[in-house]
Design a protein around this ligand. Structure first.
Ligand code: PMP
Length: 379
């Protein structure tokens, strides 16, 4: 990222400057090998060190309990939408149950349906995916094969509070798509049977998908999946069954190093993320209806702040003027419209303050001259 821009992209997303510099150095040479990170073998000792650091970094930051695998896979979070049902559906249990709080959960559900019978324990489509459910609204079957949720819905900007999950029956593993909030806050991994995340928000570049998986789930995986789609293949080979995305995993190792040594862990990171998100939500709530948040206040994401302006012309003007001020990639997803500011770990508070200040100036300039555009309700 250049010095005079702030990148609010939902993903691939902003990375810490120290990480970009480290990645640049490694493109020249990695670890005294005389070779570029782009040239080394995935069977070399240099890569062994890289993948070990990435794995240990994730284990340490998230305090991953004993008895979990950490895998680095390909195919994005989208391939996990299929791998999860392919590996975790059980003949001796009922169909899996999906809690759908946004567009990504809905895509995960569609893939699971393609593989067989599925139950929907809750679906927020009726209110435009603006909230996560209250635990009592989630209708789980007695014995689902597993329960699937999405901790942060990147498109709608809807996030589960860190300490809340559906009350899955004890024997049913909880599976969580954490693509857009893994490593942004502490998480109690022991609650989940399986966690997956495409790396390209908080954890690294596109091309690698992180999977945390409880060992005991491996025993019940059915036979017959293609080797690449069977978690056991990747466990047995230490994520090196075929050629892994060496460079992407290297960048993940640098991100974990940055989080451990420069940030000081996920508790500090979460507090920073909270502070950043509050700056923008305060600007929305204090705008007398000029900005309208998409998510209900108790379901608001700390990662993706989604909001609308009074009309589309103003939305376009906002994007143009913001772009000229170096505030980039703020357009909302086409399914929700409006604007979306993604403020992942690597976005410094200065970048968020710059956006907040811009929002206040824009409102003064435009609401004042168009008083009819100041809505009275927040809809
Ligand atoms: N789940 C969530 C929550 C996401 O934000 C995304 C990507 N934006 C995906 C899944 C799909 O990830 P990928 O592009 O890595 O397949």
């Amino acid at each position: 990222m250049a010095d005079d821009v702030w990148n609010f992209s939902p993903g691939p997303a902003i990375l810490p400057r120290a990480v970009l510099e480290g990645a640049g150095d490694a493109v020249h040479e990695i670890g005294g090998s005389g070779m570029s990170i782009l040239e080394i073998s995935h069977r070399s000792r240099w890569f062994d060190e890289v993948i070990d650091e990435a794995e240990q970094g994730i284990r340490e930051l998230l305090a991953v309990p004993d008895g979990y695998q950490v895998l680095f896979l390909q195919g994005g979070a989208s391939l996990q939408f299929s791998m999860v049902p392919g590996n975790l559906r059980r003949n001796d249990a009922g169909p899996p149950s999906y809690v759908v709080s946004g567009s990504w959960g809905s895509k995960a559900l569609a893939e699971a349906r393609a593989a067989g019978d599925v139950r929907v324990a809750w679906d927020g489509a009726g209110t435009g995916y603006d909230r996560v459910p209250a635990p009592s609204d989630v209708a789980l079957e007695v014995d689902p094969s597993y329960v699937h949720m999405t901790s942060n819905e990147t498109i709608e900007g809807v996030q589960w509070p860190a300490d809340r999950t559906p009350n899955a029956p004890a024997q049913a593993p909880l599976v969580c798509d954490m693509s857009s909030d893994l490593l942004s806050r502490p998480a109690d991994i022991g609650r989940y049977g399986l966690v997956y995340a495409g790396a390209q928000k908080n954890a690294g570049p596109a091309g690698v998908t992180i999977v945390l998986l409880r060992d005991e789930l491996l025993d019940a995986i059915p036979e017959g999946n293609p080797a690449m789609l069977d978690y056991r293949t990747h466990v047995r080979s230490g994520s090196r069954y075929n050629t892994p995305p060496v460079f992407a995993i290297y960048v993940v190792s640098l991100v974990t190093r940055w989080l451990r040594t420069e940030v000081g862990g996920l508790g500090v990171m979460a507090a920073r993320n909270e502070e950043k998100a509050q700056l923008l939500y305060e600007a929305i709530d204090g705008s007398e209806g000029f900005y309208r948040g998409h998510a209900q206040p108790d379901s608001r994401s700390r990662m993706n702040i989604t909001f609308h302006l009074p009309d589309e012309d103003l939305g376009s003007a906002f994007l143009d003027e913001a772009g000229r001020a170096g505030l980039l990639e703020l357009k909302g997803h086409r399914s929700v419209g409006g604007l979306r500011a993604s403020i992942y770990n690597a976005m410094p508070v200065e970048g968020v303050r710059a956006l907040r200040d811009f929002m206040e100036t824009f409102r003064r300039d435009h609401a004042g001259s168009h008083p009819s555009r100041t809505a009275t309700t927040s809809g």
